[in-house]
Design a protein around this ligand. Structure first.
Ligand code: KG4
Ligand code: ZN
Length: 348
């Protein structure tokens, strides 16, 4: 496969789900701008992401977001040396908007195009946060669509050690938030409510806790939430909402932290890191920091903006992905079901 080197500034695009994002980074890895247009307000009224609506919103915003990212970086199209774009996994219509916008800009300036796996992007947020973090490290990627434990041996070598067998942790947070009437997506609101509650008030199941593997499962805890609330009166639901949220959050976070630390110890890694939208959870951040450090691990916890979907993480990952030379990428395809470690190139 043909690869090229490049220099100057890179424009990165991310449109895999419901955030339209663009960022500008130098080839040395300095982040110059990162712009995120969230579509939460649009999808709120449907209670979830509507793929066709998301694609249209990306199409309307893509050029605006690119312009804003360039302006914020005090750069123009002429300063670009490469364009990076998320090619998957994600919603196919949403991905296509980013991929075609990226191709068009790269082609117009005869620049190389760097296809990036969104999951590698979440890992990229970790080395963007702490470029000197030692390898190997154990990464927990927790978002609305993914929950994975990954051994990271270099900027390009990743091994999937365990993952959820059913719902993603973010999905479990969002569904519980919905049952509690906290709105959409709800993970953040559940987290805020949980801060005011007693985490020991209710007992929620922690699936696969004793299992001799690194997989996770969140369908049981979600069902337990449904039955607990079903058996309460409307008044009780209001009165105990904070305690219910705190107990539920504690169970989900315990499942994540215990498997992350168990994996890190058995893999004898130097450090641990978290990424993805659920890594914005305050209890998860706090427990990973204190318990990780107590066990002697180097701990990387990215800022909130780098946890939820953004293009800065795509740029950070793109520094280590293959740049395809002009104009070989014109037949590059967006891929909805890309897995960790998978890389797509033109003509794939
Ligand atoms: O990474 P992300 O922005 O998009 C996906 O790739 O899915 O993650 C979104 C998920 C949603 O489920 C959202 O509720 C959750 O991250 N989330 C949180 C928090 N902030 C966002 N979950 C728990 N606590 C939070 N503070
Ligand atoms: Zn994501």
């Amino acid at each position: 496969m043909a690869r090229v080197s490049w220099s100057g500034m890179m424009l990165a695009l991310e449109t895999s789900c419901d955030d339209t994002c663009a960022a500008v980074m130098t080839s040395e890895g300095h982040l110059l701008s990162s712009v995120i247009h969230s579509q939460d307000v649009i999808h709120k009224k449907y209670g979830g992401v509507v793929p066709e609506v998301a694609s249209r919103a990306h199409a309307e915003r893509a050029t605006v977001v690119v312009r804003e990212a360039l302006e914020e970086a005090d750069a123009g199209i002429a300063d670009l040396g490469a364009v990076a774009v998320t090619v998957g996994p994600g919603l196919i219509g949403a991905l296509l908007i980013g991929v075609n916008t990226g191709k068009a800009i790269a082609w117009a300036r005869r620049l190389p195009l760097i296809p990036v796996n969104h999951l590698h992007g979440h890992l990229g947020s970790m080395w963007l946060t702490d470029p000197d973090a030692p390898f190997p490290f154990l990464a927990l990627v927790v978002s609305g669509g993914h929950t994975m434990l990954v051994r990271v041996d270099s900027h390009r070598d990743f091994t999937l050690l365990g993952q959820t067998l059913d719902d993603a942790a973010g999905e479990a947070m969002d569904k519980a938030a919905r049952l509690l009437g906290l709105g959409y997506p709800g993970g953040k609101e559940l987290d805020q409510l949980a801060e005011h509650g007693d985490p020991t008030a209710y007992s929620f199941p922690i699936a696969l806790r004793a299992a001799d593997n690194l997989n996770l499962s969140f369908s049981g805890v979600k069902t337990a939430m449904y039955y607990l609330l079903r058996d309460m009166s409307p008044e009780e639901r209001i009165e105990h909402a904070a305690d219910v949220a705190a107990s539920y959050r504690a169970a989900v976070v315990e499942a994540l932290v215990s498997k992350l630390l168990r994996a890190a110890v058995s893999e004898r890694v130097a450090g641990i890191a978290i990424g993805g939208g659920v890594a914005a959870n305050s209890l998860l951040r706090q427990r990973v920091q204190t318990e990780g450090r107590a066990k002697g691990f180097h701990v990387v916890v990215p800022s909130f903006e780098l946890c939820t979907d953004n293009a800065a993480m795509i740029a950070s990952a793109a520094l280590y992905e293959d740049a395809l030379p002009y104009p070989t990428y014109l037949d590059l395809e967006a891929t909805a079901s890309l897995t960790l470690g998978q890389r797509v190139s033109a003509g794939a």
